[in-house]
Design a binder for this molecule. Structure first.
Ligand SMILES: *[C@@H]1O[C@H](CO)[C@@H](O)[C@H](O)[C@H]1NC(C)=O
Length: 233
């Protein structure tokens, strides 16, 4: 009898271990399913979207990878095609580096590869300069922005973790007044007033603060709703 019980307990133990091991791939596959669902959700959404990514020294390499993951997650649910959603990517430190323009990639796979290959700059925090670059260059028709007459929503998503070394309020206001919707995402000890001077109003819909770069992924579903839904029109 005792043998039977210990044999039974052993079997239960093996079963539990096996169940736990199985859980990892299961959650991976359900993530993949979510991604497919998300992809359908944003279909046919006309949008010109430019990411502006802080690449200052305070953003450590591990954090920078988290930002890349976040961008890749957002790309998953976008309908990237030249006549639907176009995406550009800028990173900035003490200078501004255009990674790709709105017109650069017609296929999502090519864009994803470029995001993965993006190299971290590790210099200053010229946030104002980066927004100015977006307004003057990234959203120009020569760089692939669709003409204003087509009424394609223009959106900036800016991710920053620090205090800008240059004035941002005025240039961000100029961007918003030109019809660009700005989502400002702050990470860590970012000054909320600075974020508010960048993002569009109402702030509760466009300005976000997360504790650290690992937390940024919690915003993915928020942006799925915002970018695909009626909020961006
Ligand atoms: C990030 O912030 C969350 C929430 O405050 C915390 O639980 C987590 O430990 C932090 N992660 C890192 C890597 O600091």
């Amino acid at each position: 009898m005792e043998k039977m019980i210990s044999c039974f307990l052993l079997l239960v133990g093996v079963f539990l271990i096996a169940a736990r091991e199985r859980r990892v791939p299961e959650s991976l596959s359900s993530q993949r399913n979510d991604a497919l669902l998300l992809e359908e959700f944003c279909s046919d959404k006309r949008l010109d979207l430019v990411f502006i990514i802080d690449s200052s020294r305070s953003v450590r390499p591990y954090d920078f990878e988290k930002v890349k993951e976040f961008i890749l997650n957002i790309l998953q649910f976008l309908d990237i095609r030249p006549d639907v959603t176009r995406v550009g990517l800028i990173q900035y430190g003490s200078t501004v580096k255009n990674e790709f323009s709105l017109k650069t990639f017609a296929r999502k796979q090519d864009m994803e590869r470029a995001v993965r290959r993006m190299m971290y700059l590790s210099t200053g925090t010229m946030t104002g300069l980066a927004i100015q670059f977006a307004v003057n260059i990234a959203f120009s028709e020569t760089e692939g922005a669709r003409p204003l007459s087509q009424n394609v929503p223009r959106v900036i998503m800016i991710v920053t973790d620090g205090r800008p070394q240059d004035p941002v309020a005025e240039i961000a206001a100029k961007a918003r007044n030109s019809g660009i919707l700005i989502f400002a995402i702050g990470v860590g000890r970012v000054d909320m007033n600075t974020l508010k001077s960048i993002g569009s109003e109402p702030y509760e819909d466009h300005v976000f603060l997360v504790a650290n770069f690992s937390q940024i992924e919690t915003l993915t579903s928020v942006f799925q709703n915002k970018l695909c839904g009626k909020a961006v029109n």
